[in-house]
Design a protein. Structure first.
Length: 341
């Protein structure tokens, strides 16, 4: 990941320099104009090998990474590094943040500099991939790119509750017609929970026991604005069940979101990414954000693998405890407004 600060006499000149020096694929993180000088902060991912797949879910399976070497930290940055490590952010990302701040203005790293917290939050926010960055308008309300959306993931991460929140927000806040489908025939309680919720909303509900049932339900609901599909939670170790479930959803116009608990350890997160890689999820939804003190581990993996976040759930209330993932809000949760003691 490359971060550059570029200046010019005008904003047009600075942007042209970004195009030439950083590349036409650069992403603008921040712009400002002060004292007759235009400043642009831009980022760009290193170019992958020519034969590397564009989709991060395809290609070589994920493997456990080697630990990052211990950082030598400037005195002014040390309390923030400790705060970010406590939040769960990886050493790799803390190192990237330090390098970015050094590149912008080394004086920010002096002890007690009041500007450092705000700069760190803006840089971190610019690094977080979200559905809004991918062309999906999630900034105010969830708006999937596909009419049909399926939630997949391991057991116990809250897929059914998250689906209820999505359906309720689409109905209440967007005034959209909604259809709900459950393929989770493994848990009768989950089916009945969704059925009761759909009846309360006045939304049609179907249970799909086979891929043919799912296709029929999708055809039946084709005139609805949104179709939400619940799936059975599977252990990342259960390869046979995962393969069968992938076949259940294959070759259908469904946008897949992988639900992961925000409090999951990094090693288990990597195992889940590897296990659900064949589903080629478009996004990650982080659930149970309110139940962990270190959501940064899940956040770090999404940033490092450049997998966009779609939603964050932060409680059990339906539909209130569901937020579209936004870099600025997440960064503010990670970095205090004031300098840590």
């Amino acid at each position: 990941m490359i971060l550059r600060k570029v200046v010019g006499r005008t904003m047009a000149e600075a942007l042209e320099r970004v195009r030439k020096e950083v590349g036409s694929d650069a992403i603008i993180v921040e712009t400002s104009f002060s004292g007759g000088v235009a400043t642009v902060i831009a980022k760009r991912e290193p170019h992958p090998p020519q034969d590397a797949p564009e989709n991060p879910w395809k290609g070589t399976p994920y493997v456990l990474e080697q630990p990052e070497p211990k950082l030598v930290l400037p005195v002014g940055f040390r309390p923030f590094a400790e705060e970010l490590a406590e939040f769960g952010l990886s050493q790799k990302l803390i190192k990237i943040l330090l390098r970015a701040v050094k590149g912008l203005d080394p004086h920010l790293l002096k002890k007690g500099n009041p500007s450092l917290p705000g700069v760190l939050r803006r840089v971190l926010a610019g690094l977080i991939p979200t559905a809004g960055d991918s062309g999906t308008a999630l900034r105010s309300q969830p708006t999937p790119r596909s009419k049909a959306l399926a939630l997949v993931g391991p057991t116990g991460v809250g897929k059914t509750t998250t689906l209820a929140k999505l359906a309720a927000q689409a109905t209440i806040h967007q005034d959209l017609s909604v259809g709900i489908i459950s393929t989770d025939t493994f848990r009768i309680a989950a089916v009945e929970q969704l059925r009761a919720f759909a009846e309360m909303m006045g939304a049609p509900f179907r249970v799909a026991f086979t891929p043919q049932d799912l296709r029929a339900a999708l055809r039946e609901f084709q005139h609805h604005d949104r179709i939400f599909i619940d799936t059975t939670g599977r252990s990342p170790k259960d390869a046979a069940s995962l393969k069968a479930m992938r076949g259940f959803l294959a070759d259908m116009p469904i946008e897949v979101h992988l639900c992961l608990s925000a409090g999951t350890r990094r090693r288990d997160l990597i195992a889940n990414l590897r296990a659900f890689q064949p589903f080629e999820p478009s996004f990650i939804t982080l659930t149970k954000w309110d139940e962990t003190l270190a959501p940064g581990e899940a956040l770090s993996l999404a940033i490092e693998r450049n997998i966009p976040l779609s939603w964050i759930t932060n409680g059990q209330n339906v539909p209130e405890d569901l937020l579209p993932a936004e870099g600025a809000i997440i960064a503010k949760a990670a970095i205090q407004e004031t300098i840590p003691a």
